[in-house]
Design a protein around this ligand. Structure first.
Ligand code: CA
Length: 220
């Protein structure tokens, strides 16, 4: 999924970005509130990790403005150990969860998955569609009970398409989901991943709608 990290601490921001990228997420990292506003206005993020103590415009104001604009993107706030009142203010301003520094990358990854799951209306951790089962926590995919080995990007693409079976997603939108700003994207990157998924799952799993995009059929 596409994650925005808003954190002015260079070591923490870099560590979080690396950790989430290793798990196959597309991560953008900004270091102050004004940059966060710009990023949020321009990109469709699945989850935002938001430090509250930022230079200039604070994280709490970024969050309040985001919710005022009616944006429901899940937000996990990152706060210092002793900042109980900040955590309360953050949750009251519309945050979905919080993490206390210093935190473990595994816990961060689990919370990102949990808030994304809730925001997509799913309570159960597995994504199931016909004979296909996808486990976002372990990155495992099973087709009729048999494991299917996917790359991190193939997995992310399949997960995006499975969020709304029967509804096409444009290539541009899929590129945004799969790649962060600093990553070089070959013009045919999405097609290459779609081709690989069809080879591994069967061509019927991903339909091309000319000029519109790709979709997984509603019934499989
Ligand atoms: Ca900070």
């Amino acid at each position: 999924m596409r994650v925005l990290v808003v954190e002015d601490d260079a070591m923490l921001g870099d560590g979080v970005r690396r950790g989430l990228r290793q798990l196959g997420h597309a991560v953008d990292w900004v270091r102050d509130g004004a940059e966060a506003d710009l990023a949020l206005a321009g990109e469709p993020y699945d989850v935002v990790l938001l430090d509250l103590g930022l230079p200039g415009k604070g994280g709490l104001d970024v969050l309040r403005d985001l919710r005022r604009r009616g944006r429901g993107v899940p937000v996990v706030i990152i706060t210092a150990q002793d900042a109980v009142s900040q955590r309360v203010a953050g949750l009251d301003a519309g945050a979905d969860d919080y993490l206390v520094k210093p935190f473990d990358l595994d816990e961060l990854a689990a919370r990102v998955r949990a808030v994304q799951r809730r925001s997509s209306g799913r309570a159960e951790p597995l994504v199931e569609h016909g004979p296909l089962t996808l486990n976002p926590a372990s990155h495992e995919v099973f087709l009729a009970g048999a494991p299917v080995a996917l790359s991190a990007r193939e997995f992310a693409l399949l997960q995006a398409l499975l969020e709304h079976p029967g509804r096409p997603i444009s290539r541009a939108r899929l590129e945004e989901r799969l790649y962060g700003w600093e990553e070089q994207v070959a013009s045919n990157a999405v097609e290459v991943h779609v081709h690989a998924l069809r080879r591994k799952l069967g061509a019927e799993w991903i339909k091309t709608l000319r000029g519109v995009g790709y979709m997984v059929p509603r019934r499989m």
